[in-house]
Design a protein around this ligand. Structure first.
Ligand code: HEM
Length: 137
């Protein structure tokens, strides 16, 4: 399995543990103000990153490795900023809205890069084909 997939899965597990812990705290304290943060950490962190990691594992050498790492960086950076900013907003701090907006754009950019990586893989222009072509030349 490529290293980028291990990175995606490890990050997904970390977000999953954080999201679950927040869920336990919400339930134990019966305070649900941060429920959207819990949902976003679990769905953008645990679920989305695991799906992306699984794609790069399945695609193997056919996937464009650089795009995969850019995808990893954008998706993680976006969520690492988005989750705390969303929490602050929910707790009443409206000043964080521009930063929250930027983090959302970063998350969308990560998803667009993932789409590009899928397209490049489907068109057979990933590492394996490029290596084969340069050997043949
Ligand atoms: C230890 C694991 C978890 C605990 C203790 C937990 C706990 C909770 C609690 C207490 C709520 C608020 C329920 C309500 O008031 O309606 C909630 C909502 C939610 N959780 Fe979790 N959760 C866990 C794992 C997950 C996972 C793994 C996901 C997604 C992959 C997830 C997604 C959601 C979503 C989307 C909501 C919002 C539901 C709604 O809007 O009605 N949770 N969770």
């Amino acid at each position: 399995m490529p290293r980028v997939s291990y990175a995606f899965f490890m990050a997904a597990v970390v977000y999953g543990l954080i999201g679950m812990s927040l869920g336990i705290v919400m339930g134990a304290t019966e305070t649900f103000t941060l429920m959207p943060v819990h949902a976003h950490i679990n769905l953008l962190g645990w679920v989305s990153l695991a799906i992306m990691g699984a794609f790069y594992a399945l695609a193997g050498d056919r996937a464009p490795r650089r795009l995969a790492w850019i995808n990893f960086a954008l998706s993680n950076l976006g969520l690492m900023v988005c989750a705390p900013m969303l929490a602050l907003l929910l707790l009443g701090n409206r000043a964080v809205t521009p930063i929250l907006g930027l983090s959302e754009v970063t998350l969308v950019a990560g998803m667009l890069v993932f789409a590009a990586a899928i397209a490049v893989t489907a068109m057979g222009k990933g590492r394996a084909r490029v290596a084969a072509a340069s050997q043949a030349a």
